[in-house]
Design a protein around this ligand. Sequence first.
Ligand code: BES
Ligand code: ZN
Length: 640
Amino acid sequence: MFRATIPLIAFSFVLALTACSPKPSEEPVASTESITSTYNPARDYFTFSNTDQFVTKHLELDLTVDFDARQLRGSASLNMERISSDAREIILDTRDLTIETVNITVGDNEATAASFELGETHPVMGAPLTIKLQGNAESASSLDVKISYRTSPDSTALQWLPPGLTAGGKHPFLFSQSQAIHARSWIPLQDTPSVRITYAAKIHTPSELLAVMSANNNPDAARDGEYEFEMPQPIPSYLVAIAVGNIYFSPIGEETGVYTEPEMLEASVYEFADTQTMLETAEDMFGPYRWGRYDLLVLPPSFPYGGMENPRLSYLTPSLLAGDRSLVAVLAHELAHSWSGNLVTNATWRDGWLNEGMTSYIEKRLMEVIYSTERADVDNVISYHELLLDFDNVSPERQALAPPFETGDPDDFQGTIHYHKGNLFLQYLETNFGRETFDAFIGQYFDDYSFKTITTEQFLDYLDKNLLSANPGIVSRAQVEQWIYQPGLPDDAIIPHSDALDAAAALAKAWSADEISIDQVPASDWAPMVVVHFINNLPDDLAQNRLAEVDGALGLSQSKNAEIARTWFIQVAQRRYEPAYKYLEIHLNRFGRTRLVKPVYAALAENGEDLDLARQMFENARGLYHPITIASIELALKLR
Ligand code: BES
Ligand code: ZN
């Protein structure tokens, strides 16, 4: 039913129980020169489109949302500019689309029907749609291609939720997730981050539902089933997004607000009350927010990610609604993408660290200013430990920030390496050059590359010219290349540290060694992420009765905090602490965010006893999950 995922690296976020020792690999390294001779770092290997011959400038969508057929149908019109005079065809990306007609218009001429062909389907890339150019289209410098089409109920970008899987339980819900290469499963287009388009859309829905998009949402729109949108800033295809449901709006600040089902509206406004402050803080640090409004959409529980930075409308998982604002780093992260990623975009998925690493860095900076240095330190250390776990699971060649990437699936590529190694790299630059110099550099970078895409190699040259050479004798290009092309971490990487987490780890050890009693562990005073670190520092050989003791005292099995629950149930599964299995199963059925559930299944599958049980639990929960999450769990449970 779902597209086969071909993993490049089978990464899992957390597999080991205790923090493992940092062992940056000492394998031979790839330098800029030694990247495989045929590998072209400027090329996007995950599109069929002939972007060297034509590029899309603008997209017009006219789509009807049919919940009964689980189908979008209508048309996409692409305004395209010719780059190469001898090009006689246009190739677009599609996946599982039914193409009805293709019409081409040149200037003021009548539209003419064009012949087209859908090529063979590739398991990751989908099928190329080749459109033949004839007559004046053969030489026109600009043309409009209008494609009438329908999506499949199995579109990998679209999740069609029945009412039972929503908060209200009365209306169906539809949302898209286009990143990395799923836009092609709901729109035929050049599906590569290297091409930027503006778009306009007419969306027809059942009249009681509201449609929102990554565009100029109007909080006061009449709810009549006919919605029009415009995205006037050019964006890459992976940022085109839609959602339709029983969605309502509530303001947070002047330019910020939240959309969600009415049942989650109040909790969302409370949880994300700092959105406007975050936006203003980010502007102070990194320059103007260039997108108009900034709103949030809190999705039903099956949303597969923590957040997705759809421009003007970040998508967020409802698992962030902890009631205490303890998980808002994800919001800071998605907001930060308004600069790193949405304004300046990675040219290919191999350059993803420019999106995710830079965003993780800014996220921490925002957390520091809005909350405290201590809170940012806690997040830094937790991220660092996740990175160390990943180094254990990723081959040395793939530990580079930007290794060659020509096969596999962009959804599975890089994981924490792009995020946390990228963050440590930028923190390293900040520490070495000083915050003032580094911030000026970053601000200039966002200006110089605004609404553009950038490859790792272009960034390296830009960094060399504007930071390294402009401030000589501090960090060499060779040192930077080590971060970008070599495995592990350089010896002079700055390892994050948190006093609060050190204290929690020490208490975990002391309590496990019976040196203190459980009521001397002040867990009720701790921030949830400190509890996470405490759990992760319990020794491997802790007896089952001690697990019962800590569970009872800290209320771990019934924690309402999704990160605490995730951490605890990974431990429960690794240690086969069976008294908590019924709560573990409740956790698996609460949210479909991949990060929360996949590592728990993986830990069950790998504890030597519970693979069948894990498969059984997965079969029971599967209907709650998104196709992306299902694909990832199936891998962990060796079902594919
Ligand atoms: N853009 C990503 C989500 C994504 C990555 C979708 C790769 C598809 C392919 C988003 O900004 C993100 O990083 N989300 C994280 C947030 C966390 C790191 C704070 C998530 O979902 O966990
Ligand atoms: Zn991100």
